[in-house]
Design a protein around this ligand. Structure first.
Ligand code: UDP
Length: 324
């Protein structure tokens, strides 16, 4: 297949580009490099441009007869979305609208969209399946939900085929440490733990230890980035025989607390993780764990990286090398 990957220079996008190329697909990355890294695109062609630039999107879509578009390009910091909502609605909602309109002009009828567990907000149940209410609690989550809704409308009106993949906590790096997570402004737990152990970041703060969980810290579902890439590939094949708009939750189905992540990191690195307990971070749900049953039943997908230590070890090898 010929695939356009918007945001292919980012964390999850670059693992996707690699998997597609390794599977023999023709892949073109389209990325404005605002948060992505040119070094991450080591497979296929790369075109620098922005999804908000209609002429640039038209130009890249004219290069080939693309079978599908995978859309990772977005802003993704929850806290930043609260202070800069226009930026988030512009990049994530208007950007997606520009992209799907251009796809329509070019006759590209399949899209895989990077959605997020943030569309559920603070779920009332600990294990979240696709039937849970969609009640995002911040502009980032709302921007993802708006696009999901737009894609459902587009399926009805124009026959656009789409899959929204709602990632829970993407984590880890490629098995060979060639690509991994690298954000100028890092807010995520695992990279913060590892960067603080490398002395590349301030000592870790644990945001709240008074939650109603067994050890008082928040519980999340850490899903390996290579497993996420695999889910996209399966979704791509699924769309060949499935019209309509679809959504799947993707997690490894197990919850780990912040303290369990810290303990696993100290086992992997071989020394204790220094940290201090800080106040709760606003907007953090207590527990968020995916039910990936639908993805298993419909896509035949299962997370292969289920051990927390293994996920953290892959991230550690990447962070220690610090190539970018
Ligand atoms: N967290 C923390 N210290 C950090 C970063 C995150 O205690 O430096 C906690 C955060 O409060 C949440 C969990 O780790 O309970 C996962 O946060 P992350 O930002 O990685 O992902 P989120 O679930 O917010 O998307």
């Amino acid at each position: 297949m010929e695939i356009l990957v918007c945001g292919g220079a980012g964390y999850i996008g670059s693992h996707m580009v690699r998997l597609l190329a390794e599977q023999g697909h023709v892949v073109v990355t389209f990325d404005n490099l605002s948060t992505g890294h040119a070094e991450a695109v080591q497979w296929g062609e790369v075109v620098v441009g922005d999804v908000l630039d209609a002429a640039a999107v038209d130009a890249v879509l004219s290069r080939r007869n693309f079978d599908a578009v995978l859309h990772f390009a977005a802003r993704s910091l929850v806290g930043e979305s609260v202070s800069l909502p226009y930026d988030y609605y512009r990049s994530n909602v208007a950007g997606s609208l520009m992209l799907v309109s251009a796809m329509q002009r070019h006759g590209v009828e399949k899209l895989i969209f990077s959605s997020s567990a943030a569309v559920f907000g603070s779920s009332a149940v600990p294990i979240v399946d696709e039937n849970q209410p969609l009640l995002p609690i911040n502009p980032y989550g709302r921007s993802k939900l708006m696009v999901e809704q737009m894609l459902a409308d587009a399926a009805e009106a124009y026959g656009l085929r789409s899959v929204c993949l709602r990632y829970f906590n993407a984590a880890g790096a490629s098995r060979d440490a060639r690509i991994g997570e690298s954000h100028a402004c890092e807010t995520h737990l695992i990279p913060n733990v590892l960067r603080s152990m490398l002395g590349a970041a301030a000592p870790l703060q644990v945001f709240g230890d008074d939650y109603a969980t067994p050890d008082g810290t928040c519980i999340r579902d850490y899903v390996h980035v290579e497993d996420l890439a695999d889910a996209h590939l399966r979704a791509l094949h699924f769309l060949e025989q499935a019209p309509g708009a679809h959504a799947f939750n993707l997690g490894n189905g197990q919850g780990f607390s912040v303290r369990q992540v810290i303990d696993a990191a100290s086992r992997v690195v071989g020394r204790p993780v220094p940290y201090q307990v800080a106040p709760r971070r606003s907007g953090d749900p207590e527990i968020l764990v995916a039910s990936s049953r639908k993805a298993r039943e419909v896509l035949g997908w299962d997370a292969r990286w289920t051990e927390l230590d293994g996920i953290i070890e892959s991230a550690w090898r990447w962070h220690r090398a610090q190539p970018w």
